[in-house]
Design a protein around this ligand. Structure first.
Ligand code: HEC
Length: 153
């Protein structure tokens, strides 16, 4: 009998703790949804329809370039991977021109730094050093992440 008396408060304690946990979890879940889905607090670049399509098609090429680089690296084709890095992610005259069309100084600066990192990646890939190449690719991809977190069309 004594044992039962002791264990009842313990049981109640456990149950209420679980209820409290479930409540916080639900709240966090709801907050998460509100924060992620209904509010886009990124800075708008206020692009024209034409610029929007141009930018998105460029972006899809950037993604394809990263995919090709990883694929070529895995096949030990560093020379080809380097060419893609310079040609598709680097600061080519075409990319220079594209970046200078935006009416936002900080966005342009970020874009140019991104393309310079693409050229750095191209140079590192030529050394055939896998770890150094991954570090350089990581740096380039941090620009993708940073820019997407800050700006929208
Ligand atoms: C200097 C800024 C900047 C950098 C750097 C950048 N992007 Fe973007 N990207 C954008 C913006 C702005 C959009 C439009 C996002 C929006 O309006 O929601 C976009 C959209 C995209 C899209 C969507 C394309 C579509 O058709 O919907 C992809 C994919 C993408 N970027 C890939 C990349 C990859 C991969 C990298 C890096 C290798 C990269 N981007 C680097 C600014 C950037």
């Amino acid at each position: 009998m004594k044992r039962i008396l002791i264990s009842i408060p313990a049981l109640i304690g456990t149950v209420s703790l679980n209820v409290a946990f479930a409540a916080t979890e639900t709240m966090q879940h709801q907050n998460h949804h509100h924060g992620m889905n209904t509010m886009d607090t990124r800075i708008s670049l206020e692009l024209s329809e034409e610029m929007k399509q141009h930018q998105l098609s460029n972006m899809r090429e950037h993604l394809e370039a990263v995919n090709s680089i990883i694929s070529l690296m895995s096949g030990n084709k560093f020379e080809d991977a380097s060419k893609i890095a310079h040609g598709k992610l680097g600061l080519t005259p075409e990319m220079q021109q594209m970046c200078s069309m935006f009416d936002n100084e900080r966005f342009m600066t970020l874009g140019l730094a991104f393309h310079k990192s693409g050229d750095d990646l191209g140079r590192v890939l030529k050394t055939r050093d896998v770890n150094a190449s991954l570090r350089a690719l990581n740096k380039t991809m941090q620009y993708c992440v940073e820019c997407h977190a800050t700006y929208r069309q």
